[in-house]
Design a protein around this ligand. Structure first.
Ligand code: KG4
Ligand code: ZN
Length: 339
């Protein structure tokens, strides 16, 4: 299998990795979270600038840590979509430049395909078909993984991504950024049944004409806002731990229900979870219990492969390059692109 130098700069992590198939030779991640924290979220312009500042150093570090030299690298890949346009451009341009300079094949990789491949890094024996549940700050997708390059999106979110909902609820509870880990921590000390919150049912068909597995989190966020406002209007102190626990419980229940339905309906016995929200303890326990009940296998890769990283991009690229797939140097970036 080809050894690939891969770059991921779709959002707020500048990441470079060197990967051969499912073997990670090096994986460097320079996180911008501290830079964006002061703004309460990712600022696209600031992200592009930070990628520019760190990309060259991150590439050198990845090479050095792998112990490999350019003669031992068979291809260069980068995330080309979806993501922040300016941020993507930094990584894609760096990858094209390196590929041209060292006369290597070049490949653009879809960010979500990378997240799917992340599971392979910790589960080398895993092969399709399986169901991939991707839950991050930017995405919520239920994907039927059929083979390399063949994916069927069975459902997603109609509005906010799961992680986005965590971040927005944390903001309205004045807890800080990113909100997911803070809510997770507080929820451990709260009562998940303290408040009944709406799960956000979707009844209208989406553009693609399906709706069965779609989720919606914006109504839930508004319900939390109303709940907090009504408690404050009564002059009472907001029981933050109970609100956090009830919110997390509702998200976990909504995602678990749809994931299990997808797996059973499509006859998929393995579920792989990815994205930052895969770290959520409520989701993990809900999903694990439901999978045990339904005789399904659920895989939770380590968090370093769930959140954005370049190793997952390299893993996908290695298989694509082995199949002879390459991209043209005219390939551009896209903020939105279906898998
Ligand atoms: O995958 P990721 O690092 O970046 C994106 O591609 O978005 O995911 C970041 C998201 C953030 O919204 C963050 O709040 C959420 O994942 N997150 C969590 C937890 N850890 C991170 N959400 C819930 N519980 C957690 N423990
Ligand atoms: Zn991601």
């Amino acid at each position: 299998m080809p050894t690939v130098l891969a770059i991921e700069t779709s959002c707020d992590e500048t990441a470079v990795a060197i990967v051969n198939d499912r073997d990670v030779k090096s994986s460097i991640i320079s996180s911008q979270i501290p830079v964006h924290r002061q703004y309460g979220g990712v600022v696209p312009e600031v992200a592009s600038r930070s990628h520019l500042e760190t990309i060259n150093y991150t590439i050198s570090q990845a090479l050095e840590e792998s112990g490999l030299c350019w003669e031992q690298i068979d291809g260069v890949a980068a995330t080309s979509a979806p993501g922040l346009v300016g941020a993507l451009l930094v990584g894609l341009t760096a990858a094209k430049t390196l590929a041209m300079l060292h006369e290597k094949p070049f490949l653009g990789v879809h960010h979500l395909e990378g997240h799917i491949y992340a599971t392979y890094l910790s589960e080398p024996s895993l092969h399709p078909p399986f169901l991939s549940l991707l839950v991050s700050g930017g995405h919520t997708s239920f994907i039927h993984v059929q083979e390399c390059g063949k994916y069927e999106t069975l459902g997603g979110t109609r509005d906010d991504a799961a992680g986005e909902a965590f971040d927005k609820v944390a903001r309205l509870l004045k807890l800080g950024y990113p909100g997911g880990p803070i809510i997770d921590q507080l929820a451990k000390e709260g009562n998940p049944l303290a408040f009944a919150l709406p799960e956000g049912r979707v009844s209208l068909p989406n553009n693609a004409g399906f709706h069965r597995y779609d989720a919606s989190f914006s109504g839930l966020k508004t319900a939390v806002l109303r709940l907090v406002q009504s408690i404050e209007a009564e002059g009472r102190e907001v029981p933050v731990r109970d609100v956090a626990a009830s919110f997390q419980h509702t998200v976990a229940r909504a995602l678990t229900k749809r994931t299990i339905a997808c797996a059973l309906d499509y006859g998929l016995s393995t579920i792989a979870i990815g994205g930052g929200v895969a770290a959520n303890s409520g989701l993990r326990s809900h999903l694990s219990a439901a999978c045990a009940e339904n005789n399904l296998r659920v895989l939770f890769p380590p968090l370093k492969y769930c959140t954005d990283n370049a190793a997952m991009i390299g893993c996908a690229a290695s298989e694509h390059l082995a199949l002879g797939h390459t991209s043209s140097f005219t390939l551009g970036v896209h903020s939105r692109l279906a898998l």
